[in-house]
Design a protein around this ligand. Structure first.
Ligand SMILES: Cc1ncc(COP(=O)(O)O)c(C=O)c1O
Length: 422
């Protein structure tokens, strides 16, 4: 198999994500993408089953986004957001606020999901400080949760998760509990908060799906309970929709399925249709008003260099155009039906513990995966790009994946899982 020079020459200088560099399977060199396809340097074409960590919701290289980014590149790729502003950023803020609806009104831009969550946490802590309430520096977050890789966000992830447990002694302490899935656990959490609320700034949760923590689903009722608890105990409610936002769960935002709203929401991943890094933390006017003051110390002290990047905002505006002009939510619903039917045969395999589907997310949970690298190789040999983690194999393809590619993708996953215990 031909290995391009740039691989041989660059590989000794690269450090890969979440990888033991000594034993990791070398990454596959990709030279082109289109639709739901990744073209490899050796000429192979893989069907992408995960849309590049859930970002490429319209598939790769959508011409409408490409054209918008090209035009923006000619006009102005980037200017600092401190003291300057521009049309793509303000238009995007207006459109996001319009889509999220009243109660999610003010948009703060960052350039990654983790930092968007950091900003949400800073907003919540300072919301109380600006009103003279000291000591509310902790968050209530949930087992199975994942909110990012920075020091602030690692501290609100599942503490047992192998990804971050190494850093435990260095992380801020928060209250990590089970999601209140039924009346009894709701009552227990209510009781717990009676004592704990004065030390908490807010409640942080991924609505409907805890993604990187294991693709764990919960009912919309859990979110309604959390809204009730936040209101009863005077806490801010933060929804991390970095994974779920923009159609992934079948509605544009996951919170719509619960009929309630958070006080702060974080968005990233599919915000630019998977083209450029951008994230947004959107707060209610009530949160924002706590910062509106004659006191300069009440300002939100945050401002990444590439905040509000014009190219990324242009891409995000173009992505929102596509949600308006193309039937993305109907495509997500159709994907849901196809994933549920297609993955169902996995349920009969003795090493499969559960098969579950929500929106355009299909999950096969195994008892365990003995050799994950071998499983990945077998999936690639079957012509699909799927990245199992922990004990789950999941599919989150582009919402636009065509019927033939989807059928091939699902068939390949089922066949590989059936062949032998992974
Ligand atoms: C729900 C959620 N929050 C936060 C993050 C962190 O985003 P990023 O990797 O862009 O920092 C992720 C990433 O997977 C996520 O799924």
């Amino acid at each position: 198999m031909h290995t391009p020079d740039w691989v041989a020459q660059g590989q000794p200088h690269i450090w890969l994500p979440y990888a033991q560099m000594k034993t990791v399977t070398p990454p596959l060199p990709v030279v082109r993408s289109h639709g739901s396809r990744l073209e490899l340097a050796d000429g192979r074409s893989l069907i992408d089953g995960v849309a590049s960590w859930w970002t490429a919701c319209h598939g790769y290289n959508h011409p409408h986004i490409a054209q918008a980014v090209r035009a923006q590149l000619d006009a102005m790729p980037h200017v600092m957001f401190g003291g300057l502003t521009h049309e793509p950023a303000l238009t995007l803020a207006r459109r996001l606020a319009g889509l999220l609806g009243p109660g999610l009104d003010r948009v703060f831009y960052t350039d990654s999901g983790s930092v968007a969550v950091e900003v949400a946490m800073k907003m919540a802590v300072q919301f109380w400080l600006n009103q003279g309430e000291r000591g509310r520096s902790r968050f209530l977050a949930f087992r199975g949760g994942y909110h990012g890789d920075t020091f602030g966000t690692m501290a609100v992830c599942d503490p047992e998760d192998g990804m971050h447990s190494l850093y435990r002694g260095m992380l801020a302490e928060h209250d990590i509990v089970d999601l209140p899935r039924d009346d009894a656990s709701y009552a227990a959490l209510d009781h717990y908060l009676q004592a704990r609320a004065p030390q908490l700034a807010g409640i942080l949760v991924e609505p409907l799906v805890q993604g990187a923590g294991g693709m764990l689903l919960h009912e919309p009722d859990v979110l309604r309970r959390l809204r009730k608890l936040a209101d009863r105990h005077g806490l801010l409610l933060i929804f991390d929709e970095i994974f779920t936002g923009f159609g992934r769960t079948g509605t544009l935002f996951a919170f719509e399925q619960a009929g309630i709203k958070p006080d702060i929401i974080t968005l990233s991943k599919a915000l630019t249709g998977g083209t450029l890094p951008l994230a947004a933390t959107v707060a209610s006017n009530r949160v924002f008003d706590a910062f509106w003051s004659d006191n300069p110390a009440h300002a939100l002290m945050h401002g990444p260099t590439f905040m509000g990047n014009a190219l990324a905002c242009a891409a995000a505006n173009a992505s929102l155009d596509l949600f308006e002009s193309e039937p993305r939510l109907a495509q997500a619903q159709a994907l849901s039906v196809a994933l549920a039917a297609g993955l169902e045969p996995c349920r009969e395999l003795p090493w499969v513990r559960d098969v579950r589907v929500l929106g355009a997310i299909g999950v096969v949970e195994l008892d365990n995966i003995i050799d994950r690298e071998a499983l990945k190789r077998r999936l690639v040999d079957a012509g699909v790009w799927v990245r199992p983690f922990g004990n789950v194999v999941y599919l989150t393809p582009a919402l636009t994946i065509d019927g033939d590619d989807l059928a091939t993708l699902i068939r390949a996953v089922v066949a590989v899982l059936r062949q032998q215990r992974p």
